[in-house]
Design a protein around this ligand. Structure first.
Ligand code: SF4
Length: 217
């Protein structure tokens, strides 16, 4: 793949000067909608890295997964062409992102998202839990692939690096609708520039790098 991929965490703008949301933002919205507000309405608030994810960690994930993924067995596939770190963007969705792995078979395109968080490690022999936010991210990649590669996407996989296991996620209409709903929520936040309420899960605020900007938690 190209050595000049865009920074997956940089905010990009469409030709109409509206922000193109990142697939990363969908997960952030699930964590706390204020993260989208800070990213797009107050972009000059600088922190070392957005919470939850660092680029270094992402490269580590990709590198480690590349190391471990020499066959398609984990996905139950016999054949398929693999593309790593695939950049995808769509102006009609106002969405972009870098997919860890795309598998192309004669019948379908299959997005794969690598995860390596130790916090979720359930043990080496157990397939990964698929959190709703992860499934929504996969569905977002599916929508992007359908738009940009013009081929249907029926399923994707979460590849869980600590266990070297993959779990299939069906890309249902409900998941697709959730992606569109979260994108609409983000659009509303950006257009109205009104700070959303804090996450109801206040334990999340403890480790959040934006905490010093939230005066009500
Ligand atoms: S400190 Fe809490 S409310 Fe504020 S952005 Fe972080 S998670 Fe959200």
């Amino acid at each position: 793949m190209s050595l000049h991929l865009p920074d997956p965490l940089a905010i990009r703008y469409s030709p109409f000067a509206t922000p193109m949301f990142r697939v990363f933002d969908l997960k952030q919205m699930g964590y706390c909608p204020r993260l989208a507000y800070y990213a797009y309405c107050l972009p000059n608030l600088t922190i070392a890295r957005p919470p939850l994810v660092s680029l270094g960690a992402r490269s580590g994930q990709a590198a480690e997964a590349l190391e471990h993924r020499r066959s398609l067995r984990a996905y139950g596939l016999r054949e398929g062409k693999r593309y790593f770190q695939v950049w995808l963007e769509s102006e009609s969705l106002d969405l972009c992102g870098q997919l860890d792995l795309l598998i192309e078979t004669p019948d379908e395109l299959i997005p794969v998202d690598f995860k390596d968080s130790l916090e979720h490690s359930p043990g080496r022999r157990v397939p990964p839990t698929v959190y709703r936010g992860w499934a929504i991210q996969l569905a977002a990649y599916a929508l992007l692939l359908e738009q940009t590669w013009d081929r249907p996407v029926r399923r994707g996989f979460i590849y869980y690096i600590p266990t070297r296991r993959a779990r299939q996620v069906e890309i249902t209409d409900a998941l697709r609708d959730e992606v569109r709903a979260v994108l609409a929520q983000m659009r509303a936040i950006v257009e109205r520039e009104v700070m959303p309420p804090p996450t109801p899960y206040r334990a999340r605020c403890r480790d959040c790098e934006f905490r010093r900007f939230c005066n009500d938690v």
